[in-house]
Structures are given as structure tokens and as C-alpha cells.
Design a protein around this ligand. Sequence first.
Ligand code: DX5
Ligand code: ZN
Length: 231
Amino acid sequence: MLAAMPAARFRIAPSILSADFARLGEEAGAVEAAGADLLHFDVMDNHYVPNLSIGPLVCASLRPRTRLAIDVHLMVKPVDRIVPEFAKAGANIISFHPEASEHVDRTIALIKECGCKAGLALNPATPLSHLDHTLAKLDLVLLMSVNPGFAGQQFIASVLPKIAEVRRRIAAASQTTGREVWLEVDGGVKADNIAEIARAGADTFVAGSAIFGSRDYANTIRDMRDRLAVV
Ligand code: DX5
Ligand code: ZN
């Protein structure tokens, strides 16, 4: 099944890290039916981050269960060996952290050679200088608004000006390249702060506990969209 890349102004990406792992297929189908745009897939290795989650086998099992694009967020070190595995498993977007790759430009090229969109993920304290020689090649910048490793943490407000600065850099770069680069924010995103994050410049919103921890996924996603509609 070929997942379409959504072209909306804002995209909502539920993180299945907060789903019921005993019913992942159903959960993926449920957020798709509830109006999600992407399925965010958090990969943790108990080495780059202090937690262990899911890998390419789970991605391959979920692939036929949803038409959503699968947005893989690699929190693993090293990165390169696992990239082709995720591409084979049906990932559409693969993001990684620059601290986890010895050769960032090579990893970006590898992701693209594998037929996926490439994203660079920056932790709250990771400087934007990592975008200096990479932005022209990226499809997505993933700004972490919590320290990676766990769902359900509180949004770090000092990331808001960083989002605005990345938005400026993306706008400046697209003047010359004409390329679209998504700005995804990940961690502590909820209905009550999503508009503020969008006003700072984000266009793609990862939400784990806010969606999967709610009783009615469709209501929660609708609430988020209503708040984005007035931005
Ligand atoms: C954290 C992950 C996030 C996390 C988001 O390392 O990258 O995607 O699941 O969860 P919430 O939305 O609950 O902060
Ligand atoms: Zn994530």
C-alpha cells in the first residue's frame, strides 16, 4: 500500500509510543479513522536514549494496517545500519539525531537513496548550527520539545523561539531552492498549546499521550484542528 504524503497546512502525527502495544494494528487504524495525517513511530534503543521501544519488524507489521505515511523517529545510535531496514519495512519519512551519526550528510543521503524523506531531529539543547550544511538536503526538521526517551513529559517552553528561528531559516532557504521543508515539533504537544506552537512556526505536530491518552481520538484531533484553524 502506498502511503500518500499529506499536503495540508498543518499535520497531526499521533505517536504510537503512547498506544496500547498489545493492539497496535487497531490503534493505528483508530487514529487514521480519527483524522490523523501521519503515524509517528518512535524507535528507542536503550543506548542513545534510556528507553527501549519498537523496531522494523513492528513497522512492517503495521504497514498493511494503515494508509497513513509512517514517520519514523530514530532515537538510536548508530543510525545507518537500521535505515534500510525501516525503508524495507514501509517507512515514508526517517528522522535521526545528528549526535547519533558519525557522518550526518551520509546518513541523509542513505535515507534518500532508500526512497524515504529525510529528517534531522534536534534535542532541546542541540544547536541549530546542525542545519547549516544540511537544510538544503532535508525534507523535515524535527524539533524536540522534550528530552527524548519518554512520552508524557512537559513541553519545554524555551523551544518556542527555536521553532521561530528554524521557520525563518526554512523560509530563507526555500526562497532559493523552492523546496518545501516540514517543521515538526515533538514532545508535550496538547490541544491547549498547539496553537502557540503553530504561531511560533511549526506545521507538523507529534502528539502521543494527548491523543492516545484521551477517550475519543477523533474528538481530540478535531479539538487540535479547531485550535489550529484560528492561527
Ligand atoms: C519522545 C518521543 C515522542 C513522544 C511524544 O522521545 O520522540 O514522540 O512519544 O509523546 P508526548 O506527546 O506524550 O510528549
Ligand atoms: Zn518522536
